[in-house]
Design a protein around this ligand. Structure first.
Ligand code: PLP
Length: 364
């Protein structure tokens, strides 16, 4: 229905899982597929990682885990936000979803519901706050939480322990090292499984250890760091957003282009009109100068992004109506567009419209 098209390259996703596998060594992998597989489609992503033999999948909510089970995926599934309601606990119990307990209210709820759940059917992880101060039990509360879980008849197996890093994407490794140290002091006599690393820590914090890693963004070809480039880590773009030029015109020197007249032509110049806009998920905040490819040639956005249209600087570029425009993907790293637009690749991926996702071309 739209002229803009989304291409999802599952071969790149499988390749990136291989990169993660290599970095993880002997550790097992929960591939993160939350937020509709970072915008690539929950099942598209999950099936790609399953085919490439991931050990497990990580989702945000039990509902996402149920969708994986209903699609026949049999890997271990870690629910990062755990269960909030009795219904979610029930789903987790009957669909073999592993629950993270990050708040005392979740333990209270489990104990209230335990009698109505099958014995030993819930695999539990404790999330400990080692410095991010977003979610997680404080270190001093881990021991009692572990005892409560161990004594709960609905919980089976040994309880896992995990944490999450706040600043693993930054060049300064000190805050991450501090979190690793805090984790170690709690986990020194832990008998269950442990997990620490997101993508950035998997590639950057080789001392973090743990039994499981939880990469997300790197599997889709996004750079997990706020410096450098995805290609340095041999990551390949899984998502390409493309469209076509629908008009080429000349704008005279001094004339302004688009809503608000943000761009004023410094000279008489050719301007292209690309059929993509914030209605497709292209970031409205992209300023003049945001990179975009026309016919494989690097160009830039000029003027404000509209709902269905973007105006493009065609100075020095060979282009005509019908030519291909790439917003990001194989030829233009999504991180460059994200940086120009003041955001991160994660947000651009998640923001692609549902319509484009539903009509995506899947390369396998
Ligand atoms: C989303 C998430 C991940 C994956 O993070 P990336 O930066 O995408 O690799 C890992 N762990 C937790 C708890 C998460 O919420």
């Amino acid at each position: 229905m739209r002229r803009a098209r989304l291409l999802i390259d599952t071969r790149a996703m499988r390749h990136n899982l291989g990169v993660a596998r290599q970095a993880s060594g002997t550790r097992s992998i929960f591939a993160a597929v939350k937020a509709d597989g970072y915008g690539h489609g929950l099942l598209t992503a999950a099936r790609a990682f399953s085919k490439a033999q991931t050990d497990g999948l990580a989702v945000a909510t039990p509902g996402e885990g149920v969708a994986l089970r209903e699609a026949g995926l049999a890997e271990r599934v870690l629910v990062l936000q755990g269960a909030l309601t009795a219904e979610e606990l029930d789903l987790a119990a009957h669909r073999s979803l592993e629950l993270i307990f990050h708040d005392p209210a979740q333990l209270d709820m489990l104990e209230r519901q335990a009698a109505s759940l099958p014995a030993g059917c819930i695999r539990a992880w404790i999330k400990v706050d080692t410095g991010m101060h977003r979610a997680g039990l404080m270190p001093e509360d881990v021991q009692s939480a572990r005892e409560r879980l161990t004594h709960c008849p609905a919980v089976g197996g040994t309880v896992g322990l995990m944490t999450h890093f706040a600043r693993a994407d930054e060049p300064d490794s000190a805050p991450t090292e501090q979190q690793i140290e805090t984790f170690r002091s709690i986990a020194s006599d832990w008998t269950g499984e442990t997990s620490l690393c997101n993508s950035a820590a998997l590639l950057g914090a080789s001392a973090a250890g743990g039994d499981w890693v939880r990469p997300g963004i790197m599997l889709y070809g996004g750079n997990p760091f706020i410096f450098g480039e995805a290609a340095q880590h041999r990551l390949q773009a899984a998502m390409t957003l493309k469209t076509v030029l629908v008009a080429v015109r000349t704008v005279t020197s001094g004339a302004s282009v688009g809503y608000g007249g943000r761009f004023v032509a410094p000279e008489t110049m050719p301007v292209g009109l690309a059929s993509v806009g914030y209605g497709d998920g292209y970031p409205r905040h992209a300023p003049d100068g945001t990179p975009i490819l026309v016919n494989g040639q690097r160009s830039q956005v000029i003027g404000r992004v509209s709902m269905d249209l973007v105006t493009v600087d065609l100075r020095g570029i060979k282009a005509q109506v019908g030519d291909e425009v790439e917003c990001w993907g194989n030829g233009l790293p999504i991180d460059q567009v994200a940086q120009a637009a003041g955001t991160i690749s994660y947000e651009l991926m998640c923001q692609v419209s549902g319509q484009l996702r539903a009509e995506a071309t899947i390369l396998s």
